[in-house]
Each structure stands twice: as structure tokens, then as C-alpha cells.
Design a protein around this ligand. Sequence first.
Ligand code: AMP
Ligand code: MG
Length: 347
Amino acid sequence: MLAAVRGSVRPKGAMPKVGRGGSSTSESVSGPLEGGAVAMERTAFAMGTYVRLHIAGPQPEEIAQACLDELVRLEKVFDRFQSDSELSRLNAQAGTGWVDVSVDLLRAVEVSLELAEKSGGAFDITIAPLVDEWGFREREGRIPDHAPPSVSKITSALRRVDYRRVEIDSIAGRVKLPSGMQLDLGAVAKGYALDRLASLMVARGMQTALIDLGGNIRVLGERAAGRPWRIAIRHPRKAGEIYAAVPVTDKAVATSGDYQRFFTWKGRRYSHILDPRSGHPATELVSVTVIAPTGALSDALSTAAFALGPQEGKALLESIPGVEGILLDRKLRMTVTQGLVGLVDRH
Ligand code: AMP
Ligand code: MG
């Protein structure tokens, strides 16, 4: 059930499924940890997904517990489907003026609006009405198959999608949503949470760790001196197999894939990343993995590049310092950003 690969054997064909009921949320998986100085591993369920913590250092138990407590706290900030979450309360106050928000919500919205701008609106956290119209809401761990919405429903949802109408006051810590607008932070919340956990670990003196939050990964340091962590990328069409692996040190890795959350109708797959320009699911890519300095950035960028498609997506990733990516198109042709050329190990 967990996306963990342990031992020194090559993991091909040995990947267990991630997520609930076979419906995965994200798919980067940590690679073999041979020789790694892992003092402790802890697994749990939080923020709607599996969490795996590899911690090497003093008092790992205490740190793991602090991380899990933090995830429980963050779930109450970001879960749009929990009526008493902070995000739900913000959404409920759309059209009523400025709303004071927590630092967590403020930062996640800030990063998202910056990226919305950089991606020319392909990444847009006001996508919620469109996500709802398409019916991308899991029930019992999967999205029930259903007919796609009509053109008029899509057009009317799109009228309520436009990040430029969200106002943010970073100094006062408040956000203002116009009437009818709703935020969906599903594309960035897990990555943001990874950053919170990483700073919590660093503040406690931790130098070597791997945090896997439903396939969104953040590593601290190297797994052992001179040996980077190896992060495996799930094969988008062969369940349980790995497509490629990349070495990573002190970075975050996120994968957005069309196989993670989707429904089918009349033999067609409709997957969860929507292109706000068309109002339809983005279909040019099947998987985008992004390596970035922070979890929030890797998470948001993988969604953004997915929505943009191969050329524009790659260009966006290459325009941001410290960011690299691996993009797979419908024919499973792989493109990598300049800094990764020669570094991706194909399985
Ligand atoms: P991820 O799994 O990180 O790629 O995020 C996908 C989730 O982000 C979806 O389930 C939606 O909730 C939301 N989403 C879908 N399309 C977009 C988009 N174009 N911009 C921002 N968020 C999106
Ligand atoms: Mg994302």
C-alpha cells in the first residue's frame, strides 16, 4: 500500500500501490536506500494520503510525532471538503470583503498567485467551481464514472475562474475573494506541508531525512555521505512499475499524472488537472515530475507544467532557477529540462 521501495534490489515491477482504493494522489516514490543511515521509519495516514517519514538523527520518534501533529493541523487549514477548515471558511466568505487568514493559508495563496502569473493563468487556484462541475471529488477513495459536464456548464463555471480577481494583503495577512469565487489549493497544499515538516526537522537539528506525503517528496541532505537520495518516478501506464529515477539532494520532488485521479466515460479518460484556458482536462501530457528547492514550488509547478503542455511547460520550468523537470507526453516520449540531461536513469 505504501510507495516505499526498500533494499538494494532494483525496484522494477515491485512497486506496491499508493493511495486509497487504488486511486493514487501522487506518484514520486523514494528509491532504494541501501547504505542509508535511516534510524527510523514511520508511516501514517494524514492530509488524505499516506505519509512516510525516514529520519536519521537524534530523537526521531519525537520528531516524527511532531510532523504528524503538524499534518493534522494543516489538514484543518487546507481541506476544502471539510466544512470547518480555514479554507472552507474563507470560501464561504467570498464577496464579503477582506478575511484575515493564517500564515499558512497566506503563504500558499501567495506562492500560487505568483505561479498563476508566471504560467499565464494555466495554474489557477480559483479553479474550484470548474473542478466541482467536472465532478473530481473522490467518494470512497475513487471518482465515480459519470458524464462530462455540458459546454454551457463549463462556460458558466469558467466565469468564476480568474486568479487576477483574488486580492491579497501580505502585510496585514488577509485575502479577499469576489462573490462566487472559491479557492482550491489541492495543487499546492501537500507541497507546502512538506516545507513545514522540513523546517520543523531543521529547527530540531535534523540533517538527513526523507518525507513522502502521498508521493510528494522532500529530502534533507543526502541519504549518506556522497550519496544523493534516489527518487523513482512511477510508470504512468504500468501500475506497479517504475519509469525512471533521478538523484536528488536537499530538494523537493512532485509528480502530477493523469492516472492519479480520473474518471472514465464512454471509453475516455478525464483526469483531474484542468486547463483554465479551455475548461477541459489537459491531455497533452500524462506525467510531469518537478524537482524544486521547496515542496510548494515543486507541487504547484508540476500541476502548472501539466496544464501548460510539453513545450510551454518545459519552458516554464526552465525559466525558474533551481527547478528541473521530467515530462512524459501521451506517447510516453520523455523530455527533460536542460539541467537533467544525462541524469535521468530510465528503467
Ligand atoms: P496535483 O495533484 O498537485 O497536480 O494537483 C491537482 C489538483 O489541483 C486537482 O485535483 C485540482 O484540485 C487542482 N487543479 C486542477 N487543475 C488545476 C489548475 N489548472 N491550476 C491549479 N489547480 C488545479
Ligand atoms: Mg501539484
